[in-house]
Design a protein around this ligand. Structure first.
Ligand code: ARG
Ligand code: ZN
Length: 472
């Protein structure tokens, strides 16, 4: 499912794809075309593709932690949005494809070296615009972590007992073929087979487990539309516990034994957090909740994987609150382009401050004031402005979080009336359920609601003006 965002997929031209298209001859206006090899996000020019819309991923995987070998079959249900004679999926070349079928018929495929993460598929017959189709990709290899422009690692991160899998912003094609743009949301069914003693945890509910011949298969299901970077299947030795929050949200926690003692007091607050953010933002969007705590400190961050955020170590309370809030702000309402990261991080960070306030700890305004005392000369704290990180290397800069959350707290003060501010946040989420949004969408949404306030100036100072905001 692709959100209706007016991005221009054709603005990024990939030399390799262009020459292939020329060799094949210009497409006739009415004839089948070659789907774009990119979704056109300038931060990650290889991400995503054009010409189709994925509705569902069925991933059947087998992982051998000893050797690091992953074998997979991906069944992808999609709809053609153009009449297509060829299209791409994103998959890194560390994974070798052995066969591709489209609607059950063998398709030609290539993993061109110059296109790095494109799996180019030519179905036996062109696909009609509007038609549903099913692609099955069989592949295997030793997935490797991806290094991001900010130097952090992501994707498939091997651990002592399995692999910790986190995919924001570009890890997914290191382990499964997909249309890796945050705008093409789809349901996921992930099945993973691992050696006995190892547990595989993924998004959604555990449908069943089957043990045979020293190996166990875990089947997980999360049918609601979610972005590809929010899918995961993490393996290792985990202690599983389940429950239901007072408001009725079922949850499942998976904790690495080495992190159990430190996690226990924090995870005790998890049910109340899910319920608190549900009361703030509206009905919980997913079929399960919980958390996964692994021992993968080399990763250095947590991720808001849908239904069950992942932590590379025992989380602290506000980090847990941040990732749970993301289930609404980030996962349900998702950035439209990577430069819109404030739509995810500013909101999740402010939400964690509001949890602090709600539980009688520091109020959001106290946290704001403590941070606002940071001198203007500390430009690394204030820049880049959260409305535009400027480059992929600054996607997760501290200012996106701290100044990003300060922006919302300053807006709360500007609006003055708490129920009006909280109503804005609630209605913002409800208006974009399972969707995508830009920073400008939030500005427009807010300005329409509070026409009596000079919010144009407020937002230009807080979101876009470099350096410490003053005089808003
Ligand atoms: N979204 C994560 C959070 O909740 C951060 C992900 C950072 N990813 C990375 N590749 N550095 O803050
Ligand atoms: Zn976050």
């Amino acid at each position: 499912m692709t959100a209706n965002w007016a991005g221009r997929a054709a603005t990024v031209v990939l030399a390799g794809a262009t020459s292939v298209a020329l060799l094949a001859g210009p497409a006739l206006a009415a004839g089948p075309v070659v789907g774009a090899p990119t979704a056109g996000d300038p931060y990650f020019p290889l991400q995503g593709n054009g010409g189709y819309d994925v509705g569902h991923y069925g991933l059947t995987l087998d992982y051998r932690p000893g050797s690091g070998q992953l074998t997979g079959m991906a069944t992808i249900d999609a709809t053609a949005t153009q009449s297509l004679r060829r299209f791409d999926l994103d998959l890194r070349r560390t994974m070798t494809v052995s066969s591709v079928t489209v609607d059950g018929r063998r398709a030609a495929f290539a993993q061109p070296a110059d296109l790095r993460q494109e799996l180019v598929i030519t179905p036996a017959a062109p696909l009609a615009k509007g038609a549903g189709f099913t692609v099955v990709v069989r592949y295997s290899g030793m997935p490797r972590p991806v290094t991001d422009p900010d130097g952090s690692i992501e994707g498939w991160v091997p651990t002592e007992d399995g692999a910790f899998v986190v995919n924001e912003p570009q890890g997914s094609p290191s382990w499964y073929p997909c249309n890796d743009t945050p705008r093409d949301k789809a349901g996921f069914d992930i099945t993973m087979t691992v050696p006995d003693g190892v547990t595989a945890v993924a998004n959604g509910v555990l449908v069943d487990t089957v043990t045979a011949g020293g190996r166990t298969t875990y089947r997980w299901s999360q049918p609601r539309p979610m972005s590809t970077y929010l899918a995961f299947v993490t393996t290792g030795v985990f202690r599983i516990s389940t429950g239901t929050t007072p408001a009725g949200i079922p949850y499942l926690n998976a904790v690495d034994p080495s992190q159990a003692a430190k996690s226990r007091p924090v995870l005790a607050k998890l049910p109340a957090m899910f319920d608190f953010f549900q009361s703030l933002y509206g009905k919980y969007p997913w079929n399960s909740g919980g958390a996964l705590v692994d021992n993968a400190p080399e990763v250095g961050y947590a991720l808001e994987t849908v239904t069950r955020p992942e932590f590379d170590r025992a989380p602290d309370e506000l980090t847990l609150a941040h990732e749970i809030a993301h289930q609404w702000v980030g996962d349900d309402v998702t950035l439209a382009r990577w430069r819109d990261i404030w739509i995810n991080e500013g909101f999740a960070e402010w939400s964690s401050w509001y949890w602090s306030e709600h539980t009688g700890q520091a109020t959001a305004q106290q946290i704001f004031q403590r941070l606002y005392a940071t001198p203007a000369k500390d430009t690394g704290f204030w820049n880049p402005p959260p409305g535009n990180p400027g480059s992929a290397a600054d996607l997760f800069a501290g200012s996106i979080y701290d100044r990003g959350a300060m922006t919302l707290q300053a807006l709360r003060v500007e609006i003055g009336d708490d129920s009006a501010f909280l109503g804005l946040l609630h209605d913002w989420v409800q208006a974009h359920r399972y969707g995508n949004a830009t920073v400008d969408d939030f500005v427009t949404f807010t300005e329409k609601r509070f026409p009596q306030l000079d919010l144009a100036h407020f937002f230009s100072v807080w979101l876009y003006q470099p350096g410490k905001p003053t005089g808003w």
